[in-house]
Design a protein around this ligand. Structure first.
Ligand code: GLN
Length: 481
C-alpha cells in the first residue's frame, strides 16, 4: 500500500476499486504509530477513524453517492473545532475543552466524506512559528527531527510531509500555513481574506487570519479549496467565492504574466541558499513565459512591527474570555478575590501567549495607542495601498516564503525578536488580505526551501495556476523519514 500519493490520486484509487478506505486508513494509523513518536505531529488521534472508513467503504460498495473526499484521511490543526472532540489550541487552558459544534470547514469536509485522523500540534493559540510553544511539546521536522517544522501549523505540515495523512488544515494569521509548508516541503495555501469561513476556528487575530490547506501538491490545495471555500452566514466576513472551481484550468500556465520580485523580502537577512533558490525561481518563471522585475514595497520594513502590534491587540481581546469563568480549567475559588482569581486562572497560559497578552494590553491603552496601535494601523493601510498600486502593474509577486532555512529546536526560542523577524515575508499577505501560497522549491543540505507567490485579492484561481506551473519545474527528493 503506497501512502505517498496525492489527494487526487487517492480519490482515483478508491474510485477505481484499487484500494479500500479501511486499508488506506489503517495503514495511515500504522504509519502514525511508527513515526509520530519522533515527529509528534499529533496531539490526539481519533478513536473512531476505522468506523468512519468502513462506513464510506460501504457507500462505495453499494453504489451510493460518495462525497468528493472518498474517506481521505485528513489532519486538522487543533484550533479548529470538531464536534464532540477535544480542541486544546495546544494550551493547558483548554486541556479538557470539548467542542460543542463543528467548524464550517469541518461540516463541509464531512459532507464530502473526509475522515478526520487526528488533531495536529501547533504553537499555543497559533502564536509562534516553530511549534515549540505548544504546551504539549514541540513537533519535529520530518526532514530532520532535530529541526523545527515551522509553525504555527507545524503539526499539520509535518503530518502531510511524513505521510501520516493525505492533507491537513491549518490557520494562517501571519504565515502559519505557509511557513511550516516551506520548512516541511509541502504546499501551503493562504486564501484571499474571506474566501474560507472562520466559524469554528478559535480566534487569534480575526481581522487578518484565514484557514488554509496544507497538501502534497498544488492541485490538492485547489481540490481542498473547492470543498472548504464559500459564503457562510456564520461568518460575515466571507465573500462569495462559492461558484469558483479552482481545479479547472489549473494547467493554464503563466505565459505573459508580469511578476514583481519584492526587493524588501530578499535583502540582508536572507540566507544565501534562500537567495540562490529565489534567483533560480525567477529564471524558471521567466522560462515559463513570465517577465520578472524587481519591485519595492517600502512599508514592508515596518510590517513585522505593525503585525505584532495589531495581532497582540486583537489577541488581547479574543483571549480575554479565558478567565476560568467562561472557559478555563477547574480550581477551588476559596481564598481569592476577583482579580487574584482571574490572575491565577490566566497563569495557565504559556510564556509566548503571556507575552502577547501583556503587549496586547499595553499597545492600545490610553496614552499609548497613538504611539503604537494607531501607528500600526497606519502602516497597515499604507502597505495595503502600496500593494494595491503594485497590482495595477503586476499580476503576481514572488519572494521566498521564509528568509532562512529551517533551524534547530531550541535555537531561537529564547529570542522572541529574532523569531518575529522570520515572519518578514509572510505577514504582508495577511495585513493586506491578499492570497499567497508556498510551493516546495528546493532542498539545501537536506533542508527544504519554499517559494512564495502572492496575487491580488480574489485572484486565487490565477495564483493556483502560477503555483502549479512553478511546481512543475522542480523535482525534489523524497522526505527521508
Ligand atoms: N508567527 C506569527 C505569530 O506568531 C504567525 C502566527 C500565525 O500565522 N498564526 O503571530
Amino acid at each position: 500500500m503506497n501512502l505517498k500519493i496525492s489527494a487526487l490520486e487517492y480519490v482515483q484509487e478508491v474510485q477505481s476499486g484499487n484500494i479500500s478506505v479501511e486499508d488506506y486508513v489503517s495503514k495511515t494509523i500504522e504509519r502514525i504509530s511508527k513515526v509520530d513518536e519522533k515527529i509528534h505531529a499529533f496531539l490526539s488521534v481519533s478513536e473512531n477513524v476505522l468506523d468512519q472508513a468502513r462506513m464510506i467503504d460501504k457507500k462505495v460498495r453499494s453504489g451510493e453517492k460518495v462525497g468528493a473526499c472518498y474517506g481521505m484521511p485528513i489532519s486538522i490543526k487543533d484550533n479548529i473545532c470538531i464536534k464532540d472532540g477535544k480542541t486544546t489550541c495546544a494550551s493547558k487552558m483548554l486541556e479538557n475543552f470539548v467542542a460543542p459544534y463543528d467548524a464550517t470547514v469541518i461540516q463541509k469536509l464531512k459532507q464530502q466524506d473526509a475522515v478526520f485522523v487526528g488533531k495536529a500540534n501547533l504553537d499555543e493559540f497559533a502564536m509562534g512559528l516553530t511549534t515549540e510553544f505548544s504546551a504539549y511539546g514541540a513537533s519535529g521536522n520530518p526532514w530532520n527531527t532535530d529541526y523545527v517544522p515551522g509553525g504555527s501549523s507545524g503539526g499539520s505540515a509535518a503530518s502531510v510531509s511524513a505521510f501520516e495523512c493525505v492533507a491537513s488544515l491549518g490557520s494562517d494569521t501571519g504565515g502559519s500555513v505557509r511557513n511550516p509548508a516551506s520548512f516541511c516541503s509541502v504546499v501551503g495555501y493562504k486564501p484571499t481574506y474571506g474566501l474560507i469561513s472562520r466559524f469554528g476556528l478559535i480566534s487569534y487575530a480575526n481581522s487578518i487570519e484565514q484557514i488554509g490547506p496544507l497538501t502534497r501538491t498544488v492541485k490538492d490545495s485547489a481540490f481542498m479549496l473547492n470543498i472548504i471555500s464559500g459564503l457562510d452566514t456564520n461568518d460575515n466576513t466571507t465573500i462569495d467565492g462559492n461558484e469558483q472551481d479552482f481545479l479547472s484550468g489549473i494547467e493554464y500556465g503563466i505565459e505573459g504574466k508580469k511578476i514583481g520580485i519584492i526587493k524588501e523580502m530578499v535583502g540582508e537577512g536572507t540566507a544565501p541558499e534562500v537567495l540562490a533558490a529565489t534567483n533560480d525561481a525567477v529564471s524558471k518563471l521567466e522560462g515559463l513565459g513570465a517577465t520578472c522585475e524587481e519591485v519595492s514595497l517600502d512599508m514592508v520594513k515596518y510590517s513585522v512591527a505593525a503585525y505584532y502590534t495589531i495581532t497582540a491587540t486583537e489577541a488581547g481581546s479574543n483571549l480575554a474570555r479565558y478567565d476560568n469563568l467562561r472557559y478555563g480549567y477547574e480550581f477551588p475559588v476559596e481564598g481569592y478575590e476577583f482579580n487574584s482569581y482571574i490572575a491565577k486562572a490566566r497563569r495557565r497560559f504559556g510564556p509566548e501567549v503571556t507575552r502577547r497578552m501583556i503587549i496586547g494590553g499595553f499597545v492600545p491603552s490610553a496614552g499609548q495607542a497613538g504611539k503604537y496601535f494607531l501607528k500600526a494601523l497606519k502602516v497597515k493601510s499604507k502597505l495595503t495601498r502600496e500593494v494595491g498600486e503594485v497590482f495595477e502593474r503586476f499580476d503576481l509577486l514572488v519572494a521566498p516564503t521564509v528568509p532562512v532555512l529551517p533551524f534547530k529546536k531550541g535555537e531561537k526560542i529564547d529570542d522572541p525578536i529574532a523569531l518575529f523577524q522570520v515572519d518578514l515575508n509572510t505577514v504582508t499577505a495577511n495585513l493586506t488580505g491578499r492570497p499567497a501560497v508556498s510551493v516546495p522549491f528546493a532542498i539545501s543540505n537536506g533542508l527544504p526551501i519554499g517559494m512564495q507567490l502572492i496575487a491580488d485579492s480574489n485572484h486565487d484561481k490565477m495564483l493556483l495556476q502560477a503555483a502549479y506551473a512553478l511546481e512543475q519545474t522542480v523535482n525534489l527528493p523524497e522526505v527521508p523519514i
